[in-house]
Write a protein of this length. Structure first.
Length: 374
């Protein structure tokens, strides 16, 4: 086999995270898991296949091609595109049986036209902006828009009403509570306007799954927690989670260098003593961010070793220490466990000044995904 730096995707852990959420939210409520952005870097098809077996009810995608990829892979679960579409994307979405988010009349007309042309009835979910400030109609407009669909769009079914929380993961619950109160009133007004109860009212991302049980409604919509991470250090860890990904590579070169030897581009690191330097075939093109230059660390034969000098596009250097006995081919863990030590995705996020979401999304396609089930 040709060697690549690889991400071990722990499908068993992801499944257990899903099961833990199911236990918390109960069997009667639907669960949509966000598999957008290649399942936050973990592999959308593989995660969705497992989720289908694990009793997940819906999948959430960010783009029409993401949804089509799942259909082409034989995934049968309902799929919701979580954000608005351009008119020219409607036909592709509905012919792949993807439910869509809508929030304004022009877009809704385009959806109606596409469904009429296809001779089918498409499902739409009305997106309401209750305080995220991204997409969605105003709470005041929602009932009239829902009624507009009911009256003018015989090929559309208002299947859902939904909103999104920007700070449900933060310690202070007051903003989310106010948003939720607004959303509940919107759902009631929409139901009244169209004279029936909309099948799916939903608003709970991971932060709300963990901290706002009152907001679970008909369906929850977790993303990051599926992959084993709490959305924020302040979020209550009310459901146990296990990490969905480890990343490992191997030493590709080991050499003894003497004190004063410069390492990598820019000569930003010089050996402070005689030492052994190891090279790994992982760089910023793999998602091993350049901000790790002289700041990150890896695990080699059960020791924590610092990244030295600049991370290159395809390779990085590690100080193995003056007494190292490591050999070319030895395993190097970039994220995960080795010999009782571990480097978490949260540690990466902290060093890089970002969030775990971005860390796993940025693991590039060049890093082969290897799936374990148990
Ligand atoms: C509309 C919507 N719902 C749910 C999620 C899942 O959020 P999280 O990963 O924080 O659980 C996202 C992700 O950004 C989203 O955009």
């Amino acid at each position: 086999m040709l060697y690549q730096t690889h991400a071990q995707v722990h499908l068993g852990n992801i499944r257990r995270n899903i099961e833990a959420i199911r236990t918390a939210v109960g069997a009667d409520r639907k669960m949509l898991i966000a598999v957008k952005a290649n399942a936050y870097g973990h592999g959308a098809v593989e995660v969705s296949r497992m989720a289908q077996k694990a009793g997940v009810d819906w999948l959430g995608v960010a783009t029409v091609p993401e949804g089509m990829e799942l259909r082409q892979a034989g995934i049968r679960l309902p799929i919701l595109k979580l954000s608005p579409l351009f008119p020219e994307e409607m036909e592709a979405a509905f012919s792949s049986d993807i439910a869509i988010a809508v929030c304004e009349r022009g877009n809704i007309r385009a959806a109606q036209d596409a469904c009429k042309a296809l001779g089918l009835r498409g499902n739409v979910h009305l997106k309401v902006d209750t305080g995220m400030g991204r997409v969605g109609c105003t709470p005041e407009d929602a009932p009239a828009i829902a009624l507009f669909i009911e009256k003018n769009c015989p090929n559309l079914n208002v299947q859902g009403v939904f909103t999104h929380f920007p700070v449900s993961d933060e310690g202070d619950p007051s903003y989310t509570r106010a948003q939720f109160a607004r959303f509940k009133a919107v759902v009631e007004a929409v139901n009244e306007a169209i004279g029936r109860r909309v099948e799916l009212a939903h608003c709970s991302n991971s932060g709300a799954v963990l901290a706002h049980p009152e907001a679970w409604l008909d369906m929850v919509r977790p993303g990051i927690m599926i992959y084993g991470h709490y959305p924020d250090a302040e979020t209550p860890q009310s459901i146990p989670l296990q990490p969905g990904m480890s990343i490992a590579t191997r030493l590709s070169c080991v050499k003894k260098v003497s004190k004063g030897t410069d390492i990598s581009y820019g000569r930003t690191w010089s050996a402070p003593r005689d030492t052994w330097v190891g090279t790994i075939p992982a760089g910023y093109a793999d998602g091993f961010n350049r901000l790790f230059s002289s700041r990150g660390r890896v695990l080699v034969n059960g020791r924590s070793c610092p990244i030295i000098g600049r991370v290159c596009m395809d390779q990085s250097m590690v100080d193995l220490g003056p007494d190292a006995q490591d050999k070319v081919g030895d395993q190097v863990v970039l994220m995960g466990e080795q010999g009782g030590l571990s480097i978490s995705c949260e540690e990466w996020a902290k060093v890089l000044g970002t969030i775990t979401y971005e860390v796993t999304c940025q693991i590039s396609p060049r890093v082969s995904r290897v799936y374990d089930e148990d």
